[in-house]
Design a protein around this ligand. Structure first.
Ligand SMILES: [Zn+2]
Length: 235
């Protein structure tokens, strides 16, 4: 069950919209990757929880990732309490990822903000041996924040130009989110995270900062350890 990377989302489809390109690239390099959705998105305006679960499995296959779990926390009410922390600690200890992807710590959608705090805490406490759960103690090495609505100055940007089309295919797996979009006015559509125009514009902008077509921005709070900065900078 060991994975290298675990990507968390507050809702099914968060991971696809924000960091699918990077995950697809890492999977193509042979890394084992699990996606963990905290909620079933049951309060979303479009689609039903079973439909979104089904779509999230299709998206996982398109991205070529290995596992997907849903912790079934309450959508629009992601509480940072002991019960939820233990659930997240258990899933981290079960898969033992060295790297965690999580939403940026401050976002317009409160679920993303609370999810970020909950995952950050669980990632740290997972390493404490006196917190007993169903699995052995384990602490990931890096927490990497991906960008939702609020922006940040990225620590690094991943060139996803060669897998951008696959990312769009994974987003398109969430058909229930697009059905109503057809009836939306342009102004409504531009507010939707499912506006493919918005996804493209954002990825294009961050790509332009590193001189490529499409890029995904990430933030690290802790310094990166390296004995070879040349490899780090020119990979
Ligand atoms: Zn979300």
């Amino acid at each position: 069950m060991k994975v290298t990377i675990m990507a968390f989302g507050a809702h099914p489809d968060d991971v696809e919209l924000r960091c699918a390109g990077t995950l697809i690239k890492l999977a193509e390099k042979g890394h084992k990757i699990a996606v963990v959705d905290l909620t079933r998105g049951e309060c979303g305006s479009r689609g039903t929880p079973p439909k979104r679960m089904e779509e999230s499995k299709i998206a996982l296959n398109i991205m070529g990732l290995d596992f997907r779990e849903n912790l079934k926390l309450s959508d629009t009410n992601i509480e940072i309490n002991e019960k939820n922390k233990i659930k997240v600690i258990n899933i981290i200890r079960k898969y033992k990822p060295e790297i965690i992807f999580l939403p940026y710590l401050d976002d317009r959608h409160p679920d993303h903000t609370y999810a970020s705090k909950l995952i950050f805490e669980a990632s740290f406490y997972s390493g404490l041996k006196n917190i007993k759960t169903d699995y052995e103690t384990f602490r990931p090495v890096y927490n990497i924040y991906y960008m939702c609505h609020y922006t940040f100055e990225p620590t690094f940007i991943v060139d996803i130009s060669d897998v951008f089309e696959k990312k769009i295919n994974a987003i398109n797996a969430y058909k229930s989110q697009f059905e109503i979009n057809k009836e939306m006015e342009l102004n409504d559509l531009l507010k939707s995270p499912f506006s493919l125009e918005n996804v493209e514009a954002k990825d294009r902008f961050y790509g332009s900062l590193i001189g490529v077509r499409y890029g995904e921005p990430f933030l690290l709070k802790n310094p990166v350890k390296t004995s070879n900065p040349i490899n780090l900078l020119f990979s």
